[in-house]
Design a protein around this ligand. Structure first.
Ligand code: F6P
Length: 342
């Protein structure tokens, strides 16, 4: 059996650990041959492959990024795109199937290709933790740890100057990173996409913390929508999938908070720092297990499915059941954290 592996969409700590887990299990247990596909779907469409052996994946579980490269390419676009061309390319290179490691967009493309006759198996990745079929996605824990550490630092400088510090984290549609890092760092208010808040509601908590002699910490997810706004703040145009590039709500909020409360306020946008560097121990284990189970799944012919974590088990979920609805933060989880605000 010969399998191609690709990583597509935004990168995420743990991608290399999946690749390593899959290649080790595949070569050692089942004698599978692997090729790495460069830069996501782009490499599949262009047949940009290289041999992926045990040697290539050594020591990879602790390495951030992806040795395969990634892109936000749509496999249905371009002269060489589409299922017929891809099937021909795979036949020419004797590829029996593809492991696609990616988020919602990648897995939706994988599902479409599968429906069009291509053997694809999915491995979910996203620091945002927004995929419903998996309780956790690798990358999330690392992002939360990075954001928490950054907020701890913001708090000591905020305390020294008696400033309000606004920390903006990633989270396009869901507020999991903001909720977890905000709780861990003792935020005085957390603003997430699922729960619109007014400037007054945010400032109420800022003033309450300030009145108790604390330097207020405001955590805001990039996808937060302030009451009265129609959509998440974006001033950086569109990405390859025509989605607005988010980021900047923290910079927008800080002067508004300062104006309303009279408390000097500074914003820090954590941005891609949350996606870079070594994965946490938790993410290394989760990613490795997903890689191992992906191989068992494809040996069983479980194409059109993705591997996922449910409880502590790794399970298989058909694409059609996995995609569509996002894993949003339930109101009860937000209310639980809200008891700590102010
Ligand atoms: O989907 C993960 C994510 O990190 C989002 O939180 C963010 O909006 C997006 O990727 C940023 O993508 P890019 O790297 O293309 O700017």
């Amino acid at each position: 059996m010969k399998i191609g592996i690709l990583t597509s969409g935004g990168d995420c700590p743990g991608l290399n650990a999946v690749i390593r887990g899959a290649v080790l299990k595949g070569t050692e247990t089942y004698d599978i041959e692997f090729v790495g596909i460069r830069d996501g779907w782009r490499g599949l469409v262009d047949a940009d492959f290289f041999p992926l052996t045990r040697h290539e994946v050594k020591g990879l579980s602790k390495v951030g990024g992806t040795i395969l490269g990634t892109s936000r390419t749509n496999p249905y676009e371009g002269e060489r795109g589409g299922p017929e061309n891809i099937a021909k390319t795979m036949y020419g290179h004797r590829l029996d199937g593809i492991i696609a490691i990616g988020g919602e967009g990648t897995l939706a493309a994988a599902q479409r290709l599968y429906n069009d006759g291509i053997n694809v198996l999915g491995v979910p990745k996203t620091i945002d933790n927004d995929l419903r079929a998996t309780d956790y996605s690798f990358g999330f824990d690392t992002a939360v740890n990075i954001a928490t550490e950054a907020m701890d630092r913001l708090r000591t400088t905020g305390d020294s100057h008696q400033r309000c510090m606004v920390a903006e984290v990633m989270g396009r549609h869901v507020g999991w990173i903001a909720l977890h890092s905000g709780m861990a760092a003792g935020a005085h208010i957390i603003c997430i996409p699922e729960v619109p808040l007014s400037l007054d509601e945010i400032c109420e908590q800022v003033i309450s913390a300030h009145d108790r002699g604390r330097a207020p910490l405001v955590v805001v997810a990039e996808g937060f929508i302030m009451k009265g706004q129609e959509e998440a703040y974006s001033d950086k145009g569109l990405d390859a999938f025509n989605r607005p590039r988010l980021g900047g709500i923290g910079e927008l909020l800080a002067p508004l908070i300062e104006q309303k409360t009279g408390i000097e306020t500074r914003a820090t946008v954590l941005g891609h720092i949350q996606r870079g560097g070594a994965p946490s121990g938790f993410d290394r284990v989760l990613a490795t297990r997903l890689g191992l189970h992906a191989i068992d799944a494809l040996v069983d012919g479980a194409w059109g499915q993705m591997v996922a974590m449910q409880g502590t088990e790794i399970v298989r979920v058909p694409f059609q059941d996995a995609l569509g609805e996002l894993n949003t933060v339930p109101l009860s989880r937000y209310q639980e954290a809200a008891a700590l605000f102010g």
